[in-house]
Ligand binder design. Structure first.
Ligand code: KG4
Ligand code: ZN
Length: 337
């Protein structure tokens, strides 16, 4: 069986061809021009998806050395994400499904991330404790099976990736903020500034807006102008900020692992590309003696291989979807228990 995956929820257009456990192609085209605006401009994103989607599907099919007619199932991200952007990939997938007379599977982007560990050679095992850290979401989940996902905690304000992006912008660093902060932080002293780690009533809850404000206050107090902060200051601020984010994520995950036994631990989403966070999870897995699965960098950020894989799980479970299935901006009720 050959599955085509299409992802267009934000600023990456991605097309993948996946056959059972083999990734035959996973092409990602990133919209770099959003850098000029310091964040994603939805209208420009939709237009760029429209321009690239058809040539990218052709390229992916060529890379996979298959023919369009070899595709058995067409999977596309339906949400959450930017509606205009989502509609490009989703509508393209529906058109293809209609013309090839092959099933269409709408995929929840977050579920794509959750099961992205299965794209690795070493597979996660259920029950799996999964931390999803992306630009729009921070979720600690108890994944009991492919169809039973329990939410332990989420953020009450900013997502982890959003915090990286907003702090980077505040410091005059390039979008997306995560990679920029990681680069500067590598040479900084992470113990230089003690930024706060929020403690919430929900033991598995997260909050990053206080930390963001603390960085702003520090910059103001030290009279640092964002346009000409000295490089050493930038390195120390980014390192200290990064440490505080990772510490918060680590503390809650540690707690969850102490309370219940899991057969695997998985770290997924764009922020999972962060090396210090990956190291922290390595430590956690050793401490709790649990199998750790973190996708390769290619599968942490938005990619269509994870969409094709989740589509494959849904298709194999016998689920059927109509072509009237619409795009959605936020996580639908009932996704998690
Ligand atoms: O999963 P993703 O590609 O898109 C969403 O679904 O949101 O995640 C994007 C987020 C951005 O906020 C970006 O700054 C962050 O992932 N990110 C990182 C790193 N690379 C990307 N955050 C921290 N460290 C990184 N190395
Ligand atoms: Zn994502």
């Amino acid at each position: 069986m050959i599955y085509l995956g299409i992802e267009s929820s934000c600023d990456e257009t991605s097309v993948a061809v996946v056959s059972e456990n083999k990734i035959l192609a996973n092409l990602v085209s990133s919209q770099d021009f959003h850098k000029d605006y310091g964040g994603v401009v939805p209208e420009l994103s939709s237009r760029a998806h429209l321009e690239i989607i058809s040539p990218l599907v052709k390229q992916a099919i060529k890379k996979a050395s298959i023919d369009l007619n070899d595709i058995d199932v067409i999977c596309a991200t339906a949400g959450p994400g930017l509606i205009g952007a989502l509609l490009v990939g989703l509508t393209f997938a529906k058109g293809l499904s209609l013309s090839l007379n092959k099933p269409f599977i709408p995929v929840n982007h977050i579920e794509g991330h959750i099961f992205s560990g299965f794209l690795m050679k070493q597979k996660p095992e259920f029950p799996m404790l999964c931390l999803v850290v992306s630009g729009g979401h921070t979720l600690l989940l108890n994944v009991k099976s492919e169809s039973e996902i329990y939410k332990l905690g989420t953020t009450i304000d900013d997502a982890a990736g959003e915090a990286f992006d907003k702090v980077a912008k505040m410091l005059g660093l390039e979008y997306p903020g995560g990679p920029s902060i990681q680069k500067y932080a590598a040479k900084g002293d992470e113990d230089k500034i003690k930024f706060p780690i929020s403690q919430l009533k929900n033991e598995f809850g997260f909050s990053f807006s206080g930390l963001k404000t603390a960085v702003l206050r520090y910059v103001q107090k030290e009279h640092l102008e964002s346009k000409n902060i000295q490089k050493e200051d930038l390195q120390d601020i980014t390192a200290s900020f990064q440490k505080a984010v990772i510490e918060a994520l680590k503390q809650k995950t540690d707690k969850a692992l102490s309370i219940q036994d899991y057969n695997s631990l998985s770290l997924v989403g764009g922020v999972a590309a962060n090396q210090k966070l990956r190291d922290a999870f390595q430590e956690l897995s050793e401490k709790h003696n649990v199998k750790l699965i973190i996708p390769d960098l290619e599968f942490c950020g938005d990619n269509a291989a994870m969409i094709a894989h989740r589509g494959m799980q849904l298709h194999k479970s016998g689920k059927k979807f109509s072509l009237t299935h619409n795009a959605f901006a936020s996580i639908p009720e009932g996704t998690f228990r």
